[in-house]
Each structure stands twice: as C-alpha cells, then as structure tokens.
Design a protein. Sequence first.
Length: 543
Amino acid sequence: MTDPTPSAAGSDRGFLARKGEGSTILAWITSTDHKRIGLLYLYAILSFFLVGVVLGLLLRLELLAPGRTIVDAQTYNALFTLHGVIMIFLFIIPGIPAAFGNLMLPLLLGARDVAFPRLNLFSWYLYMTGALLALTALFTGGGPPDTGWTFYVPFSARTTTNVSLAVTAVFILGFSSILTGLNFVTTTHRLRARGMGWGRLPLFVWSLYATAWVQILATPILAITLILILAERLLGTGLFDPARGGDPIMFQHLFWIYSHPAVYIMVLPGMGVVSEIIPVFSRKPVFGYWAIALSSIAIAGAGSLVWGHHMFTSGMSDMAILVFSFLTFVVAIPSAIKVFNWVATLYKGSIALDPPMLFALSFVLLFSIGGLSGLILGAAATDIHVHDTHFVVGHFHYVMFGGTGFAFFAALHYWLPKIYGRMYNKRVATIAWGFMFVGINILYFFMQVAGIRGMPRRYYDYLPEFAALNQIATVGSWILAFGLFLMFGNLLRGVLSGEPVGANPWGGATLEWTVPSPPPEENFSVEPVVTHGPYDFREAGVL
Ligand code: HEM
Ligand SMILES: [Cu+2]
C-alpha cells in the first residue's frame, strides 16, 4: 500500500483497515460488514466481467471475416454460451445490487448494516460457489456447454456437453440473488434512520427495493425450470419431450417468466444510480421524485406480464400475441416517465460534466436507443422479420451494456472516492469514457444494421455480403475494449494512489456524504436524524 496520507475528513482508513489483524484475507472473507461484503462482490464481479469481455472480443474476432477465422463452429457455440452465462448471471444481474447495494444501502438509510449481516456473507459464498461451478463446467464433463445461456430444450436435454453442471451453477446463483433480495427488503423496511420516511428515501433505494421484490418473486421460477432440465437430462422425465407427451414450448414459457422480469433486475438498479447522479451534477432537486420512485414499482409489476414477447415465433394464438405485444408497449410508459423526469431535472440545471455524470447521461441515451429498438421487437409484425438476428443482439447490448453497464461504471466513478477516500484522474476518466462511448455505438449499431439485413444470430459464419458490416462492428469492439482498459487502469491507480478526498467531493445531500471517506466500520458515530429530502441541497448546506 502507498503512503497512508490522512484523508481530509478522517485520519484512518476506516473500514478498509481495522487495526492490524483486521486486514488479512481471512478477516475479509469472514467479515459481516456490508461494506466489506460489497467490495468482495465488486472484486469478484469485475474479474468475471473481464473474462466475459475477453470471450466477447473472441466472438467478434471470429466474425471479422466470413468462413473460419479463429475457431470452429462448436467452439463458437461454447464461446457465446459462456459469454452469455457469465455476463448475465455473474455480471449484470448481481452487478449493481450485490456490489453497490451492499456497499451503499445501509449508508443511504442511515443504518449500521443490512438486516441480516450473516445471511449477507452467506449470499456471497453462494455467489462464489455458483460462479466457480460455472467456470468448472468449462473444463470438465463432455466439454463446455453449447446451448446458449437460455438452455432451450430439446437441445439442452440431449446435448452431451456439460449442461448439467452449468445448470446447477445457475441454480445456486439464483439462491444468492433471492437471499440478497430478502435482505434488502427487510433492511429498507426496518432500518431507516429516524426522520427517513418513504418520501425521503434516495431513489437508488427505491430502485433496489423494487428490484428486490422481483428477485424474491421471480427467481424461484428459474430455480424450478432448472431443476426440470436436470430431471429431463438425468431421469428422462419427458416433461419437455413431445415423444413422451411433453411440450418444449412449456420450457420457453417457464424460462421467460423468470428471464424477462430478470431484465428489470438488471436495469432498475442502474436507473436508480442515474437518478442519484443527475440531480447532484445538475445542482437541482430531482424533478418528479414520486414519479421516478413509483415508476420503478410499475416497471417491476407490469414487466412481469410480458414474457411472451420472446415467443412470437414459437407458435402462439394470434390473441396471445396481441396481448403480449400490447403489454410490452405498456411497460414503455413508466420507462419513458423516468427518462422525461431525468431530462426535466437537467433543464436549467447548472450541469457539471464530471465522469459520473458523463456515464449517467450516456446511460440515458444508450438505454433510450436500446428501448426504442425494443419496441421494434415488441411489435409482433416487425419482430418476425428480425427475430434471432443480430438486431436482437444489438438491442440487448444497447440496453444491458449501454444501459446497466454504463450505470455500473457511473456508480464506480461516483462512489469509489467515498469507499476508498481517494480520487482517480478525472481527465483520463473522461478520455476512457469517450472511447467506450464511441466504441459501443460502432459495435452495436452496425450489429443492428447487419441484423435488419438478415445476418442471423449465433452463427459463426455468414454470407460475404455481411462482411463489411461485421468488420466495422469488430473494430468498434477494439475501441470499446481500449476504453475499458483505460478506465480500469485509471480507477485502480486512483484507488491505490489517488488524491485524498473529503467526505463530500461531489456535494451530495444523501447520508453517505455525511460520513468520512472511507466510512468508519460502524458507519455513523452518532445515529443520524434525517431532516430533509435526499435532493434538498440547500437544506443540506451544500448549495
Ligand atoms: C455488459 C456487457 C455484456 C453483456 C451483458 C453481454 C451479454 C451477451 C449475451 C447475453 C449474449 C447472448 C449469447 C447468446 O446468444 O447465447 C451475447 C452475445 C454476444 N456478445 Fe455480448 N455482452 C456484453 C458485452 C460484450 C462485449 C464487450 C462484446 C464484444 C466485444 C460482446 C459481443 C458479443 C457477441 C459477438 C455475441 C454473439 C452473438 C451471437 O452469436 O448470437 N458482448 N452477449
Ligand atoms: Cu423480454
């Protein structure tokens, strides 16, 4: 570690280094402090993200030219399956709630810890067990799974690759997610500081709260679905096998009844982060507090009813298609409400384009592009044209990477100074953001164009007419990767040897900015009493 320069606000390194024995690895992996658990999640999640990125870059490299470029077809199948499984189950679902929820929720509420600190640590162990099993599936059994992250039957029931282990891994990961959700709901209900009514909850807390309910209610359906695949593979139950009276379409229903709501587990916390950052860097109270808070609940609720839009081409009655298509458009309303309120918050604000704000604003733009392309998929007629093409891949990367991924990076740049008491280089952060923003747009926009013209998804080879578009997209992936590299290098350098910061470097009005950076182990030395809303900068004395 570099020089222990005292931070402006406190003279010690807070929860990061409790006297001598508190800093061993053993002390970390047995700690029940929510901040330490949050960091354990953060380190693990970022490591898996980097593995996922490398796999993604390999996929793009294979698609650089028609024909075989670097891998054969079977390896390509394994690569996109692993890329998808890692990015979905190890990065984007737990990313913001497990890492930043754990780090910040008690601080935002004025609490000492989450409601069940030991259950919290147990959730981390479940996460690590599931993650390591998923990676083990790569190297054992009949070879890496090749089904895609959706594990569709009948193929997943028949393939001889290591699907059973991968499915078990995802099953365990699901329990980690459920327990985190239970912990957060209880914490929000029971551990708010005096004076913190529901109308004074920071919007990030509202988004975690809505997410937690989806985690609790939807994830068990995934657990059941996964057990049924195992039963199909190991016992030959025939539930999904038409030859034995089963129904493969039933699998798709079960899978998407979880996996569509899961996209809200992915994106709601990101929206919460953005709702925190935009008012602080506009120096203005958030516009439409209740509209933003309640639209999270509305998205979680309505979003649970639209799973059928993944199955327009699977064979459904026209009536069912009509209903699912209609409901899908209904979810666009609360999402748009959020975007309008963010824009209204910006209006006539005194906007500071610091790195967290740049990432937050690009979230709004990229998520909107992703959302609008989602409407093309939600309308049954156009979906039939672009179903299972690269248009879909572009759409979900705009939403998940441009949306949630950028919100995750926004959170990193917003809260890391609080956690470590040090600042990264803001200029380098801005340059890194620039590369990532340009890279992501080149990569996914041209994937969408290729998709509209008929480039299918999950093929390792394609017709020569798609070559130019694929080349441009692959170059985009290199620009993006360079930006990521720069960003992580800069953050690491900031954490290790950046300028020390005080308690409130951005001028925020929420409770975490009232404690030293890094926060002390017990968070608050005196129990806080909340006397103003989370965005009343004047009352907080920061404006
Ligand atoms: C937040 C980050 C990311 C997430 C959540 C994510 C997620 C996914 C998912 C779920 C799939 C679908 C796999 C399947 O169809 O079975 C996929 C496919 C793919 N991803 Fe990513 N990804 C991310 C980042 C990247 C990056 C950085 C790249 C490129 C550098 C990339 C390139 C690809 C490619 C080429 C495919 C294959 C498409 C196909 O063959 O169907 N992804 N990704
Ligand atoms: Cu969906």
